[in-house]
Design a protein around this ligand. Structure first.
Ligand code: FAD
Length: 428
């Protein structure tokens, strides 16, 4: 018999679970719309995969407005972005979304906009259980540094990446490819310093291939399809990746932990061998991601599921909340997988509809981020951060309107979210 003491955090209008890019955008948007918002984050900083996962590149951001533009504007002003070769630039040649970003700058900016908009952020607070009554979440049970708490809200937003809250609330989901149920690989990313002064980076696919061949010629064989070292905005530091972890399932802590151990060890050992290549003697791992980067987790079944046909035919919807232009990027699903990451998919710009943020099985919950409703191949396209931020912004707006007007997310007219996003500068 456990003696679990619970203290109450009280009643909020909206509780956002998870402080990745989607959760931050959801919380800030809802607060700016006047809602009383609590943001729960299990880690010690905001940004999720972008910051803790050290993935410093917001892709598919160039046709986005709103908070995506705000993030880039702030980081540009502080000289905390840098362009990648081959990326689109605006007509003045300025750095634009799609650039590499400084993860420390992003952490600061996320804290700042939460503080300024009045979002109550609680760190080290992990949602561990939900109490559901008549298909509605009544309250959350949260494990924190200081014991267990409960919190209540009118509307909850699941921005945990892996769809943990929706799962706890009994929502149906799926995960993995349609053939064998294999998930996209995980990666430990890192930041290295001490590259040779004339090193040019691996921005293009050809440069990545050449870099991989150079490593192989020195006996360094890595698990990642294409190893990379890409210049970061700060002086002489590089975003470095060599590792893939296979079959790390969102509902299996053993495989996730295994991915962390193997990923960090592979990264460290690769760098140690790399240093022995003439010219690379000063190479050094400055830090590695504290959280393993999970590309694919639960895809919760929503009122609309984004399908292969949608992305191949470039379908648009009246409740479209952003336009995805990024292609399918599956990566290797197992060690001996030699298939092209695009799997023959050529996407035509398509919409994420508001309905894919509305879970089928829970009435006062919205989804934001990579757990929204879509099939395997669409997910491998829309999951990049420009789009995930948009799902947060649209979800936060919808949640705030639902609170004001006493609506359930299912009753909210998604065309209003689409109109809001257009006003915010999203090209839809
Ligand atoms: C290795 C890798 C490389 C990638 N490369 C790129 C790239 O170059 N460009 C790009 O745009 N996208 C890239 N992506 C995809 C993109 O980074 C993610 O899809 C996106 O960041 C997901 O954002 P999110 O907010 O939905 O989730 P996450 O970033 O996963 O955030 C979820 C947050 O919720 C918190 N959380 C989880 N469970 C709980 C809980 N129970 N209670 C409280 N808090 C909780 C987590 O700590 C985390 O902060 C990459 C992904 C990976 C893994």
């Amino acid at each position: 018999m456990y003696n679990i003491q619970k203290k109450s955090l009280g009643k909020y209008q909206i509780v956002v679970c998870g402080g990745g890019i989607a959760g931050v955008c959801a919380a800030v948007t809802a607060a700016r719309e006047g809602a009383k918002v609590l943001l729960l984050e299990r880690g010690g900083c905001l940004g999720g995969t972008l910051t803790e996962g050290h993935v410093p590149q917001i892709m598919d951001g160039f046709n986005k407005g709103g908070l995506v533009k705000e993030i880039f504007h702030f980081l540009n002003e502080h000289n905390m972005t840098c362009a990648r070769k081959g990326n689109k630039v605006d007509e003045q040649g300025n750095r634009i979304p799609g650039s590499m970003v400084d993860t420390e700058g992003a952490k600061y900016f996320f804290d700042k906009i939460c503080l300024e908009s009045g979002v109550k952020v609680l760190y080290f607070s992990q949602v561990m259980a939900v109490d559901v009554e008549d298909k509605k979440i009544r309250e959350l049970l949260i494990a924190t540094e200081n014991g267990n708490y409960t919190a209540q809200a009118d509307i909850y937003i699941d921005a945990t990446g892996n769809g943990t809250v929706a799962d706890l609330a009994g929502c149906k989901w799926e995960c993995g490819d349609p053939d064998e149920g294999r998930v996209s690989p995980t990666s430990i990313s890192s930041c290295v310093i001490g590259m040779p002064a004339d090193y040019n980076g691996t921005d293009t696919s050809a440069e990545k291939t050449a870099y991989g061949q150079m490593l192989l010629s020195h006996g360094i064989d890595v698990t990642m399809q294409q190893a990379f070292a890409v210049k970061l905005p700060s002086l002489q530091s590089w975003h470095f990746g060599v590792n893939f972890g296979y079959n790390a399932m969102p509902d299996d802590i053993h495989s996730l932990s295994d991915a962390v151990t193997k990923g960090r060890m592979e990264t460290f050992e690769t760098i140690e061998k790399h240093k022995k290549i003439p010219g690379y003697e000063t190479l050094h791992m400055a830090f590695s991601s504290t959280h393993v980067g999970v590309r694919e987790g639960r895809r919760i079944f929503g009122e609309y599921r984004i399908t292969d046909a949608d992305i191949l035919e470039g379908r648009k919807f009246e409740d479209g909340i952003c336009t995805v232009t990024f292609g399918v990027d599956v990566h290797k699903l197992k060690e001996d997988d030699t298939t092209d990451g695009k799997r023959g998919y050529r996407t035509i710009p398509y919409h994420i509809p508001y309905r894919s943020l509305v879970p089928q099985d829970c009435d006062n919950l919205l989804l934001a981020g990579r757990c929204i409703s879509g099939d395997f191949y669409p997910h491998a396209s829309y999951r990049v951060m420009g789009n995930m931020a948009a799902t947060g912004e649209a979800g936060g707006f919808a949640a705030a309107v639902c609170v004001k007007e006493g609506l359930l997310p299912r009753e909210f007219d998604g065309k209003r979210a689409s109109a809001f996003m257009k006003i915010r500068g999203y090209e839809i």
